[in-house]
Design a protein around this ligand. Structure first.
Ligand code: 0RA
Length: 630
């Protein structure tokens, strides 16, 4: 027995751990797969802090076969000496105390990452077991924990000639809905970290499969931009790189224009993605608009005095903006919006000066950029005219709803659903099978226009898309108004084959690029029609996956019959209703965009021009693609 009585210090620790285990969501966001992966990020972020402060250069992450994860770094190691105030090892304090985060001394950490900056003690509290090994001052020390509680004192294991920290933890099955680490999820985050910290070497090994990856990008965010543009066509050979420091804020920007029509700008603060943008991003936008307009005017590159809007200057732009901010203020719904006003001026003044300089020194690149923005402005003008025309047309034609729409009688959008159905015959079945009180049907003909390769004016030329937009009622792009959305559930219902998958991807691309608030507010769904019907005698079942099929066959015993549904058209209206449309029996998949960069990558790959990256991407991400397309 190590301890016979609890003192005040122990009680404080126990209370802290208890709080974390009672409300894990408060500390790591959730207890689903996302929360599970946050555990790894939190430990890795501590190692990356050592990298950012110049004390480490190597981080290794391993998913072990026993379900644990190990993170190793070559940093200074967590101090192990006795902390006079509490009379326990500093290591034990860091591992067991909330917000002891370990950052005893602000001088050690100029900037600090950490998703929530909650500290490694939170990971410890949520792990059924955890082992830490520290190499420091020539000695190796070790301590183990169970649900955050030390299982003994800090032990001296022996001598060493290196420094660093090794953490192994087993996520607690009592806390997490799943404890199954996903390779791709971790890979994505680790690769981003390597791009954002050019000096670090990150090794990633999955012992379950033997898959191993090494990330080391000496070019940092310049390589990041090249990577993001690997399936786009750049308009100038190298990304533009701008960096500097102002008011203690370190700013790095890499940017490259491509022939794409969308904007692909991502910002980070202390390695955290600022999904909701913030002051740094508005500083960048202001500066781009100003610098490019100034250059164009001074060089007489505009025909009329109209100039360019901010949006014109960002068409086809891929950029990474990465800041290191000593005391970041995060705001917004998901706390991913930077609030520090000094970040705006730091970015704005830096980019003003250095981009101007770059354009003056590289007139050919400057001209390409201006031409792209001028094209964008012309297209914007054409789109405005097309929109006006559409509005006028719909006024002239009286009833603005498309003729193909079989509307429902419900007028309250929160209770109304729109099924977008591929093909006339499936559309017919859906019209007969539906509950017309609240379900509307819009059949669409074959493949819609690939919006990835078109600008607004051409998109509004497409009758199929116009029908869709008018049926939904909420407008498109800048004109979007969710208050006018006529149905709060928009359901894509296509065949479970390759063509069907293609059509749902086209529709999702349209929603992602041009009607993004529909996705962000959870209005877009994918119907899940069954893949098979299985029956024997009077028993019958619809099954929705191959795994379910195996289970159903086992339950029914030998001699069961199987029908495979290749298309919606093979079901009669009653079957379609029962399996796919009836709210009491159906399952639907709500489309969520967890990470804009990941989604952007997916759509660029799936819908873009470049064939080779697409092939590679589909090989690499086969399960995600299938997931998206089901
Ligand atoms: C507290 C203080 C110091 C470093 C750390 C914690 C630290 C924590 C982790 C977690 C994973 N790897 C880590 N590496 C370091 C400062 C140490 C000093 O002043 O020497």
């Amino acid at each position: 027995m190590e301890k016979i009585s609890y003192d005040a210090n122990d009680i404080e620790v126990l209370e802290g751990l208890e709080a974390v285990r009672k409300r894990p969501g408060m500390y790591i966001g959730s207890t689903d797969a996302r929360g599970l992966h946050h555990l790894v990020y939190e430990v890795v972020d501590n190692s990356i802090d050592e990298v950012m402060s110049g004390n480490a250069s190597y981080v290794s992450v391993t998913i072990n076969t026993d379900g644990s994860a190990t993170v190793i770094d070559d940093g200074r190691g967590i101090p192990v000496g006795t902390q006079s105030k509490y009379n326990v090892s500093a290591l034990e304090l860091v591992m067991t105390r909330l917000h002891a985060g370990g950052k005893f001394n602000d001088k050690n950490y100029k900037v600090s990452g950490g998703l929530h900056g909650v500290g490694v003690s939170v990971v410890n509290a949520l792990s059924s077991a955890m082992h830490v090994e520290v190499h420091r001052d020539g000695e190796v020390h070790q301590q183990s924990y169970c649900r955050g509680i030390p299982q003994g004192p800090v032990h001296l294991l022996g001598k060493t000639d290196r420094t660093g920290t090794t953490v192994t933890f087993f996520p607690d099955e009592d806390i997490f809905e799943t404890v199954d680490f996903d390779f791709e999820t971790l890979q994505y985050r680790l690769r981003n970290l390597a791009f954002l910290n050019r000096n670090v070497v990150i090794n990633f090994l999955d012992q379950r499969t033997g898959r191993e990856e090494h990330y080391h990008y000496e070019g940092g965010i310049v390589e990041f931009v090249s990577y993001l543009n690997r399936s786009r066509s750049p308009l100038h050979p190298e990304p533009i790189f701008i960096s500097g420091e102002k008011d203690g804020i370190v700013v790095e920007l890499a940017m490259q224009y491509t022939d794409a029509f969308n904007e692909n700008v991502h910002s980070f603060v202390n390695n955290i993605t600022t999904m909701e943008g913030g002051t740094h991003l508005s500083g960048l936008r202001a500066s781009l608009t100003r610098t490019i307009n100034d250059y164009g005017r001074e060089h007489n590159l505009f025909k009329d005095g109209d100039g360019l809007t901010g949006e014109d200057t960002r068409e086809g732009l891929t950029a990474i903006l990465s800041l290191k901010v000593p005391e970041p203020q995060f705001e917004g719904q998901t706390k991913t919006k930077l609030g520090n006003s000094e970040a705006r001026s730091a970015v704005e003044s830096l980019v003003n000066d250095k981009l101007r300089e770059y354009l003056l020194e590289n007139p050919r690149t400057a001209e390409v950029i201006i031409r792209k923005a001028v094209d964008a402005a012309a297209a914007r003008e054409a789109a405005r005219r097309a929109r006006d025309l559409t509005r006028r047309k719909s006024l002239l034609e009286g009833s603005s709803l498309p003729g193909k729409l079989a509307d429902c009688s419900e007028r309250d959008p929160s209770r109304a659903e729109l099924f977008i159905v591929e093909g006339e015959s499936a559309g017919g079945s859906a019209k007969q099978g539906r509950d017309r009180a609240f379900q509307a049907i819009l059949p669409i003909r074959g493949k819609i226009l690939n919006v990835e390769k078109a600008r607004m004016d051409r998109i509004l030329d497409s009758e199929e898309i116009r029908n869709l937009v008018t049926a939904m009622g909420c407008g498109i792009k800048d004109d979007i108004d969710l208050a006018k959305l006529r149905y709060h559930r928009i359901v894509i219902m296509t065949d479970a084959d390759v063509d069907g998958a293609h059509i749902s991807t086209l529709l999702l691309t349209l929603f992602f690029r041009f009607m993004r608030p529909l996705i962000d507010n959870g209005h877009i769904y994918l119907a899940q029609p069954p893949l098979y019907k299985v029956w024997k005698g009077k028993k019958e079942a619809y099954v929705y996956s191959d795994r379910e099929l195996a289970k159903a066959l086992e339950e029914m015993g030998g001699g069961a019959s199987i029908q495979r549904y290749k298309g919606l058209g093979e079901m009669n209206p009653q079957q379609l209703w029962e399996t796919t449309m009836d709210p009491h029996t159906r399952t639907m998949k709500r489309i969520e965009v967890e990470d804009a960069m990941k989604a952007d990558e997916l759509f660029t790959m799936l819908m873009g021009d470049a064939v080779e990256p697409r092939r590679e991407f589909i090989m690499e991400h086969a399960h995600e693609v299938i997931n998206l397309d089901v």
